[in-house]
Design a protein. Structure first.
Length: 210
């Protein structure tokens, strides 16, 4: 677990603000935040897993008056986010090791933050996050759907070992965690980066059953 977290931290420490720029034009990411805002009561408490630079996720949510806790393994990302979105709270930690109280969040965001974990850990984290949601709470998951396990790839010039699930299996894992999938969307996205390559993005709009 420590090795995987350290590898992920190294990748995103190296990318820093470049990652934000590369993904800033993701219209479906922004649309998913609008969907989430439409489901939240005023002053909701939200957990942002893999919070990155804090933009656009945490910045959008705090601007709408919500309380955000961001968790990320990268100290560079946490530092950037803390400076860019001072209204939110950011913590450098591996989500697998963070204690979460049952029913303590109104919503959870998981944007591409599980892809360097083994499949068993991804499933366990989703179950943990589902438990941290209040009844009828919302969860947005974004991932790169692919039937790959510990695959060595290059991501924006950085060496990465990626693990994911085929699209139907992602949905099955989310449902197995105790979440209802209200809708799903697949788009092709190319990061705005000289070494960015087109990749499929799967967005799942979920909730914890009442």
């Amino acid at each position: 677990m420590a090795d995987e977290g350290q590898r992920a931290a190294a990748v995103f420490d190296a990318l820093g603000a470049t990652y934000e720029k590369a993904f800033a034009h993701s219209e479906v990411h922004l649309a998913s935040l609008e969907w989430l805002l439409g489901r939240l009561a005023p002053g909701s408490r939200i957990l942002d897993v893999g919070s990155g630079t804090g933009r656009p996720t945490a910045s959008t949510l705090v601007a709408a008056g919500h309380e955000v806790l961001g968790v990320d393994v990268s100290p560079v990302m946490v530092d950037l986010a803390s400076r860019q979105v001072p209204q939110a709270t950011f913590r450098r930690a591996d989500i697998r090791e963070v204690p979460l109280e049952q029913g303590s969040f109104d919503a959870v965001c998981v944007y591409f933050s599980l892809l360097q974990m083994p499949r068993a850990d991804q499933s366990a984290v989703l179950e943990k996050l589902a438990g941290a949601l209040r009844p009828d709470g919302s969860l947005v998951l974004a991932t790169v759907p692919a039937d790959v396990e510990d695959l060595a790839i290059e991501f924006m010039g950085q060496p990465v070992r990626a693990t994911s699930f085929a699209p139907d299996d992602v949905v099955a894992v989310v449902r197995g965690a105790g979440l209802t999938v209200d809708s799903e969307q697949v788009v092709e996205f190319t990061p705005d980066h000289p070494e960015g390559a087109a990749e499929p993005h799967l967005f799942l709009y979920c909730r914890r059953a009442s």
